[in-house]
Design a binder for this molecule. Structure first.
Ligand code: UDP
Ligand code: MG
Length: 141
């Protein structure tokens, strides 16, 4: 079964939306394989978003992602990566489709509530950033 990494970003936690967003995720058919709440150091946030190091928004993004606690989740479903990207919607909530998590809850392009891996390959890398093998035991069916 395919897996993806989700992060409920600091704005999600600050706005008391953790339960609502997880409810959306579960209602859409994703199984939670692993979940933890933590605060990234600026160094960890820089490492997680290393692919964006040359982008104009990188420093602001690092500051935001290390500004408060986050919730990291490993989600499982057929076609999990693409289906989760559809569920969260476009990066900018103004451009996100009606009913998507970002459209419903996000304030702006930076503070957009949730992260989702953009490929199966990146999902594997991002999952191992947050979770060790013994935290990734498959769900019973
Ligand atoms: N971001 C931003 N300004 C931008 C583009 C992106 O602050 O112009 C932030 C936003 O939080 C986004 C993250 O950087 O979720 C990663 O950007 P990416 O283009 O990978 O968007 P995503 O894959 O999260 O939709
Ligand atoms: Mg991305």
């Amino acid at each position: 079964m395919e897996r993806t990494l989700a992060i409920l970003k600091p704005d999600c936690v600050r706005k008391n939306l953790v339960g609502k967003v997880i409810s959306h995720i579960e209602s859409a058919g994703f199984k939670i394989v692993a979940m933890k709440m933590l605060k990234l150091t600026p160094e960890q946030a820089r490492a997680f978003y290393y692919v964006h190091r040359e982008r104009h928004f990188y420093n602001d993004l690092v500051n935001f992602m290390s500004s408060g606690k986050i919730v990291a989740l490993v989600l499982e479903k057929e076609n999990a990566v693409d289906d989760f990207r559809k569920l969260i919607g476009a990066t900018d909530p103004k451009e996100a489709e009606e009913g998507t998590i970002r459209r419903l809850y996000a304030d702006n392009k930076q503070e957009n509530i949730v992260h989702g891996s953009d490929s199966v390959e990146n999902a594997k890398i991002e999952i191992s950033f947050f979770f060790s093998q013994n935290e990734l035991i498959a769900n019973e069916t």
